[in-house]
Write a protein that binds this ligand. Sequence first.
Ligand code: DGJ
Length: 732
Amino acid sequence: MAVNYDETTGIFTIQTEKSSYQMQVDRFGVLLHLYYGGRVNGPMDYLLTFQDRGFSGNLYDAGADRTYSLDALPQEYPCQGTGDFRSVCLSMENPDGTLSCDLRYRSHKIYNGKYGLPGLPAVYAKEEEAQTLEIRLEDEASGLEAVLFYGVLPKYDVITRSVCLTNRGTEPVVLHKASTVCLDFLWGDYDLLRFYGRHAMERNLERAPIAHGMTSIGSRRGASSHQYNPFMIVADRNAGEEDGRCYGLSFVYSGNFKGEAEKDQYGQTRVIMGLQDELFSYRLKPGEAFYGPEVILSYSGEGIGKLSRNFHKVIRHNLCRGKFKEMPRPVLVNNWEATYLDFTGEKICEIGRQAAELGIEMLVLDDGWFGKRDSDSVSLGDWVVNEKKLGGPLSSIVERVNAMGLKFGLWVEPEMVSEDSDLYRAHPDWAMVIPGRRPVRSRQQLVLDFSREEVADYIFDSLCRVLDSANVEYLKWDMNRSVIDVYSALAGCAEQGEVLYKYTLGLYRFLDRIGRRYPNILIEGCCGGGGRFDAGMLYYGPQIWCSDNTDAIDRIRIQYGTSFGYPISAVGSHVSAVPNHQTGRSVPLKTRGAVAMAGSFGYELDLGKLTPAEKEEVKAQVKAYKDNWKLIQDGEYYRLSNPYEPDGLGAWEFAAEDGSEALLTVVALNTHGNPLTSYVRLKGLRADGWYRDEAAGKMYEGRALMEGGIPVPHMEDEYQSWQMHLRLCGER
Ligand code: DGJ
C-alpha cells in the first residue's frame, strides 16, 4: 500500500520506492505537514516543536496555549485568516466581504488508481500503478469544502497534488488565490532552481539560496511564458547532479502561474505552486466546484540528475498520450527558416523532393498557407487555404508530397485573430478587447476569446474543414502573443477575473477535441518557440518546439535548462542554416546535427542550398538519428557538464536503462591557444561491463569511464563536437 492512515495518531503516510510523505490531523482537526524526503517508516510527528508564539496568531481552540500557532506549524493547505502570516494557498472572500477561511479535516478516501481532473490535464495511471488519497477539509463558517488530492506513482517517486474547492454554503464566495500545493520544510537551508528567460532564450537555469522574504516566479501573460517556466526545484545547498536531496514541482498547466519560496521568521522554508493570484478571482456559487490544476512532485535523494529522470519518465509515460507518445517521431523538415512567408506550392514541393532524397520523413508547411497571409499582420482567423499561393488545393500539394514518400504537416495558430481578417470584420467582439479601450497589439494580432465555446467552436469547424480536405499527419500549434486585454463579452463584471482560467480550459477542450477527432495527427506545441513549454501542453501533444532560437550553441544552454524538467522526446529541435538567423553564428553541420539530435529531430532550412557534401552529411545524420532513436528517447539522460560555466563544454549522454549502450556528445563552446585537455566522466554504465567505442574500436571498462572519465579529443576550432557510441560487449 502506497498510502496508509493510522487512526490512533491521525498520521497519513505516503510511500514511494525511495521517498516518504507524512501529514497529521492534529487534535484540532488541522492538517499538518510532517515530512517529505527520503524513505522512512516511523511516525515523524516528533519533529514538531512548540514554543511560545504569542506574537503570532494562536488558534482559538488552543485556549491559553500560546505555543500553538499556524504561523509556525507546517501545513498542507494554509489559508488566509488563521494567523499564518506567511504566503498561503487559499485566500477566500466570504459573502460578507471578509477574507478568511479555516479548513479542518472531515474525512478521507484511499483507492487504487489515479484521480483525474475534469477539463484539466493530469497524470494518469493504471489501477495497479498508482494510489489516490483524497482528504476532505471544510471551513465551517462559510461551508467551503476543499478536497486535497494526492496521486502516488511509487516507481517514479512521484506524488501528484491537486485541489477541488466546492461551495457547500448558501451564498457565493470568491476565491482570490487558490494555489495547488504547499511544501513546508521545518529546517534546513535550501536553494531554489528556476528557469527564466525571454523569447528565443528560454529556460536558463538560475540557482540561488532561498532567503528571508519572498522569492516568486510566475506568469501574467495568459501562457506559461518564455520568462519563467512552471517548473522549479528546491534543493539542499550541497545537492549536485549525482548527490543530495532535492524536490521538483511541475505545474501541469499552460496559463498564468505562480511559484513562491520563502524562508520565514523561524528559519522554516515554505514553497507554494499553483495558479497566479494576480488577474484572478473566481466566484463560486453555492454548489459550484473549482479545480486547481495539478502539480507533479518528485523527490530524489540521489541528486538533481535522478530528479530530472523521474520527471522524464512520468511525463513521457504517464502524462503524454496518444499513439505517438512512445513511437519514433518522424524526422521532419519545416519550411519556416527556408522561406518565411514567401513561398509557392512549387517551392514547398521542391523542399519535399530534396527531403525525400535525404531520408527525411515529413514535410511541415509553416505559417503563410491561408487567407492573404503574405505578411504576419493579416488573416489569422481565416483558416481557408490560399489556393492561389499554393497553386491549387492543399490536397494537391499533400498528394505530391505523399507521393515522394513523405508525410505532411501543417502550422496553425488557432487562438489568434488579425484585425485585417474576415473573421475580425464579422465578429470584432470575439477578440479580447476591453470595451471603451483600445487593445494592446502584439505581433499585430489580437487574442480570440477561447473562454467562449462558440468562438472556439467556429475555429474548430474551420480547421476541421482544412484537415478533412487533405492527408495532414502533424499539426504545429502556435501562439504568438500574450493575453493582455483580459475581457470576455459573455462574462459578467463579477466574472472577469475567471476569464484567463476559462481561456486555458477552452484551449484544453479544443485540443482534446482535435486529439479525439484526429488520433493519427501528431501535435507539436509552440508559442513563439518555447513560451508555453509546460507539462499541461504535453498532455495534448507529446512534443513542443523548444525555442525559436535554432543556433546550436544557444540551444545547448536552452536544452540543458529544459532537460531539468522535461524528457528529450518532448523537445522539438532542428538543424538550421548558417550563419544562424537569430545569432549570426556559424556552427559546423556536424555539431548542429548532434545538438538537434538531443530532441525530436528535424531540419529547418532550404535543403536545396546544401552542397553535395553537406547533403551526404545530412543523410548520415538522419540515419544516425533513426538508428539511435530508442537510445535517445528511451534512454536515461545525463547532464555531464554545465554549459554556463566559463570555458565550459556542452556534454551530455544517453545510456540505455540496462547499461547495454550509451551515446556521448561533447561540444567545444570555445577554444584557446595552448589548450588544456578536457575530461568528462560517463554515467549510467555497468561498472563491470566492457564497452567498445563503435567508431574507434577501443575497449573501456564501464567503471573506468565512470570513475576516471575520458579525455575529450582536441578540437581545433570552436563549436566542434565529438560523439562516442559505446556498446556493451561483455562483463567481467
Ligand atoms: C513562431 C514559431 O515559433 C516559428 O517557428 C514560426 O512558426 C512562426 N511563429 C510563424 O509565424
